[in-house]
Design a protein around this ligand. Structure first.
Ligand SMILES: Cc1cc2nc3c(=O)[nH]c(=O)nc-3n(C[C@H](O)[C@H](O)[C@H](O)COP(=O)(O)OP(=O)(O)OC[C@H]3O[C@@H](n4cnc5c(N)ncnc54)[C@H](O)[C@@H]3O)c2cc1C
Length: 418
């Protein structure tokens, strides 16, 4: 008789949860279940970009060929963002950041579909909105809003910014360790920034002098005081993804007081944006841990946005999805290499590897948002601001995903042997 499988429950089927599910389902000793609150896996109608580092992970997971079919750019070096001053009558280019292998762009729905297509049968469970979990003898019981329940050996919270798993984990730790300060980390705070998002058919893009609009050729960052616009093509160049950020610095940390994501009118954004949406960008305090016993956090549930004091945003480096994928890759690597015997050590190895990197990206991202809106210490000094922006992406090449996985496995081996 074969040994019972180790049961991993993934709460939330966004990019992070689905990447983890696909990566874990390759291991024969692991049973994977994804519990998604919605009736199906879905992404919003917008673009997502990843960098060469994340592309490498997709290669290591054996998925790159499938992702290549749904990206509109050949991953080639030296494509990056062009930065323009755009809040004055005559705009001008003041910076260009070339990236190794450029930015690789997708329609979000197509991106998610590749993970969905690689999920083995029986892994996905829909309409399963987690309400709470309870640690029983040797297992964790999950309770869902539809009145059903399930059991697992490890719960991974991939349930996004409003994570139920994170909230319960922090409440439990605050009570156990008499640390009321942890309760302040539960609720995300508004950053004072609103992002307007939408897609524009490329054929509708206006061109002042009859020439091809520059956004159709190069990913663009249109910068102004307290606002900036990110625009790049997806879907084989037929669609332009558009995100306009508007910041009110004095509103940082206040309650937003409404729905965080709503539809908005074209009048509020641009006539040509199809079905625009309005996002109140929220941030969380940096978490001191990702793991509590057999419960672990990943992706936006773990670290999405920022530090209370420093106000960090991963959004500005186009890295939230990439970081969630890297979380999934490292967690799958250590779980794949261990059985239940060394589970605590595996989770500790995941935490020690990911926490410092994720926090570093958060910090760089926060600073980048300020730089794009001329609110950093460089202000409008283009000659120093440009290179400083380039350095913000340093984390992409300072290590490799394989190296990070090897580091995590080394920590696991050391902890397991000690
Ligand atoms: C304006 C903007 C632009 C961005 N652009 C980029 C970019 O270009 N590149 C990039 O890398 N990142 C980008 N990001 C960040 C990126 O989108 C996120 O970091 C990423 O999608 C997070 O994935 P996730 O799986 O952790 O969470 P989510 O995508 O939020 O998925 C969470 C899932 O959990 C489900 N769920 C929630 N609660 C429960 C529950 N209680 N029970 C069961 N299921 C539940 C939800 O239905 C959802 O399916 C951007 C973010 C913003 C706001």
């Amino acid at each position: 008789m074969s040994a019972p499988k180790f049961r991993v429950a993934i709460c939330g089927g966004g990019i992070g949860g689905l990447c983890l599910a696909v990566a874990l389902s390759k291991y024969a000793h692991i049973q994977v279940d994804v519990y998604e609150g919605a009736g199906r896996f879905r992404e919003i109608g917008a673009g997502v970009m990843i960098w060469a580092r994340t592309w490498r992970i997709l290669e290591l997971l054996g998925l790159a060929e499938q992702f290549a079919k749904v990206t509109d750019v050949e991953p080639t070096p030296d494509v990056g963002f062009e930065y323009r001053r755009s809040d004055i009558p005559t705009g001008f280019k003041w910076n260009f950041v070339a990236m190794p292998y450029g930015c690789i762009r997708f329609h979000r729905a197509h991106f998610l579909d590749v993970f969905v297509d690689n999920l083995p049968e029986g892994v996905a469970h829909f309409g399963k909105r987690l309400v709470s979990y309870e640690k029983g003898v040797g297992e964790i019981r999950l309770t869902f809003a539809d009145g059903t329940s399930a059991a697992c050996d490890l719960l991974v919270g991939c349930d996004g910014i409003k994570s139920v798993v994170r909230a319960q984990m922090l409440r439990a730790k605050a009570a156990e360790e008499v640390r009321p300060d942890l309760l302040a980390l539960i609720e995300p705070k508004w950053t004072g920034t609103i992002a307007y998002r939408g897609l524009i058919p490329a054929k509708d893009l206006p061109s002042a002098d009859g020439t091809r609009h520059r956004t159709l050729g190069t990913p663009m960052m249109y910068c102004g005081q307290n606002k900036h616009i990110v625009a790049y093509t997806i879907s084989a160049g037929k669609i332009v993804n558009f995100v306009a950020f508007a910041s009110e610095l004095d509103k940082e940390g206040r309650d937003y007081g409404g729905e965080w994501v709503t539809d908005c009118t074209q009048d509020e954004v641009l006539q040509r944006v199809d079905k625009p949406t309005k996002w109140a960008i929220h941030h969380l305090a940096e978490l001191p841990f990702y793991v509590a016993d057999r419960v672990v956090l990943l992706g936006d549930a773990a670290d999405i946005f920022s530090q209370i004091k420093k106000k960090l945003l991963k959004t500005h480096l186009g890295s939230g999805a990439g970081q969630a994928i890297e979380d999934a890759f490292i967690l799958a690597s250590v779980l794949g290499a261990t059985g239940t015997n060394n589970l605590d050590e595996a989770l500790e190895a995941y935490q020690r590897t990911r926490l410092p990197v994720a926090n570093h990206v958060l910090r760089s991202s926060f600073e980048s948002g300020k730089m794009f809106e001329f609110n950093s210490s460089f202000a409008e000094e283009y000659s120093t601001l440009g290179p400083a922006i380039g350095r913000q992406w340093g984390f992409l090449t300072e290590s490799t995903p394989e190296g990070e996985a090897e580091k995590a496995l080394g920590i696991l081996r050391t902890l397991a042997s000690g």
